[in-house]
Design a protein around this ligand. Structure first.
Ligand code: GMT
Length: 379
């Protein structure tokens, strides 16, 4: 099939997922056209089935806000018509679903053909941004106009029905991970640089937004470090980072915390990590936690949103209520003091991640796309 994928090209979970999906579909022989304002960060391979179309937003002195959605819809029309796309798959509702609706209407008027679009809901497009009344009417309308709607967890599906007047069925298709990529042996030299005296290594990765409660990561780590020698790796970047660096200094742990910034080689960093901390206020799914599990790190998280759908209590990791730093710290300390239990939980985390392996999830998306095939047999 010829599939257009629209996403945010950044390190955010929705962009990562959309890019990995496109790469996997291209490996299966589909022609995949990425339509976005920048080369997606994970689009780092050459594949003759992958095409990239940049959305250019010309500026003009009149525009305080350059109209990205208009430029996106126009680029979608161009790509659909010139590359004869079978369907569009847009990731993150805002503004991708409404732009897809607009593109669909234009193509229909020009050619008489109705090009289907599938909207995948990822999280903050529903739970934070989408609910805002500035956006809500357009979000509700464009989700309802989607030819198919998917959500990355059962929790997000329920949240969507709770918050918006959605008349259609939402299919849950879980996020996935390429287990083969993340199941890597730790690089000894790397571990020695980070933890020269064999200290346990904890890790966190996010966009450092308030919803991630990164201050709780540092508080948990400070408690662990009081109990034993340990190191914390912080991957990613975002608005909370200066305050978090200050908190590290206030708690006296700055020597043991390394801020690595945005990283592409997540598998190498995860491979040396014992524990992955994700004390978020909300996660629709928690793709970062799933990647950590595939790399055999034990996930200590909150029980918010869709996290209980991937993190199995006391088996693959441990969950506590949002803000319950003491419970998360106590569990982490007792686990790190028990090497046998740590090894058992690491293996359980890996085994559980295998259920979400890319090989299991891609066929589900293909089955969904096949409903929209124009030709039989579906190519
Ligand atoms: O976590 C973020 O803030 C980024 C955001 C995104 O859309 O890029 O992530 C959301 O989508 C991911 C992929 O489906 C999910 O794994 C994350 O849990 C979700 N984030 C939130 O719900 C806060």
């Amino acid at each position: 099939m010829k599939i257009g994928i629209v996403c945010y090209p950044t390190f955010g979970g929705s962009g990562v997922l959309a890019t990995e999906l496109g790469k996997a579909l291209a490996d299966e022989g589909h022609k995949v056209h990425f339509i976005t304002y920048q080369q997606p960060v994970r689009l780092n391979v050459f594949n003759a089935n992958i095409f990239y179309h940049e959305v250019r937003v010309p500026t003009y002195p009149l525009f305080d806000y350059p109209p990205y959605e208009v430029a996106l819809a126009s680029t979608m029309v161009d790509v659909i018509m010139n590359h004869d796309l079978d369907l569009l798959h847009v990731h993150y509702a805002i503004p991708h679903a409404s732009a897809a609706y607009m593109a669909k209407q234009i193509v229909k008027q020009k050619t008489g053909r109705s090009v289907p679009f599938i909207t995948t809901l990822h999280g903050t497009d529903i739970t934070l941004v989408g609910k805002d009344k500035t956006y809500e009417p357009v979000v509700t309308f464009s989700i309802n106009e989607s030819d198919a709607i998917t959500a990355v967890s059962q929790n997000l599906k329920e949240e969507t029905y709770r918050s918006f007047a959605i008349r259609k069925e939402i299919e849950v298709i879980y996020n996935f991970v390429d287990v083969e990529r993340f199941n890597k042996k730790p690089i000894d030299a790397f571990r020695k640089v980070i933890a020269p005296d064999g200290e346990k290594i904890l890790m966190h990765a996010s966009n450092f937004r308030k919803v991630k409660r990164v201050d709780d990561v540092v508080k948990i780590f400070a408690a662990v470090r009081d109990a034993m020698p340990a190191k914390l790796l912080m991957v990613g970047d975002g608005p909370e980072r200066p305050a978090i660096e200050e908190l590290c200094r206030q708690l006296g742990v700055e020597e043991d915390v390394k801020f690595l910034g945005k990283q592409e080689q997540m598998e190498d960093i995860l491979a040396v990590s014992d524990i992955f901390l994700l004390p978020s206020e909300y996660e629709s799914f928690g793709l970062a936690a799933l990647e950590a599990m595939a790399a055999r790190a034990v996930v200590i998280s909150t029980n918010a949103g869709g996290l209980p759908e991937i993190n199995v209590q006391n088996v693959t990791g441990f969950m506590a209520d949002v803000g319950d730093v003491n419970t998360m710290s106590d569990f982490t300390i007792s686990l790190l003091k028990d090497d046998d239990r740590l090894a058992t939980m690491k293996e359980a985390a890996y085994q559980h991640a295998c259920l979400f392996d890319i090989k299991n999830i891609i066929p589900i998306y293909e089955k969904l796309y096949r409903q929209f095939c124009r030709a039989e047999p579906c190519k």
